[in-house]
Design a protein around this ligand. Sequence first.
Ligand code: URA
Length: 204
Amino acid sequence: KQVAALGTAWSGSPDELSVAVADCTRCDLHCNVTQAVLGEGPQDASLMIVGEQPGDLEDLAGRPFVGPAGKLFDKLARDAGLDREKAYVTNAVKHFKFNPRGHRRIHQRPNIGEVTHCKWWLDAECATIKPKVILAMGSTAALALTGNGSDLTLRRGEALKLDDGTQLVLTFHPSFLLRMRDPDKRHTAENDVRRDLDLANRLS
Ligand code: URA
């Protein structure tokens, strides 16, 4: 199997990629998790959706966006006319970062070093899938793809271009919406995400 050497671009097959990520020790996040969670979806998808990192349920299931954030994402995508099955769905970081609290595992945001180490895998997925459009959900995905993890309020909603020509749309993360207490603000933010999903879908 292809060895995931630092600084070397990926040139293996999608199957080899999912085998290789299972052995990833690029940062310490692999130490306490169930498994690495690679993206899933058609290998010829023209749209790639990038979240932050697997959560508790994703870590157990080995699949991205199957927990509460995933359920909200599915709903907003359906509302926007986007068929999730047609997109490749992945995360900026492939291991769940958490703090143990009793029996619970409390999500912790990955730091810039972890995001940078894991960018190798995201680049490998991009090299394999070659998406036309990437929708980055949340500031960690935005950081991984643009080097800038600042507030998305003023950055979301338009098509940007990555150096290789791939179109990039930034939007809020579904977990951010789930944490919003003010119903009006949440309603507005959900509509923003629907619009961004629609834009990414139309461009792809
Ligand atoms: N949040 C993410 O960013 N990704 C997942 O897969 C689940 C929750």
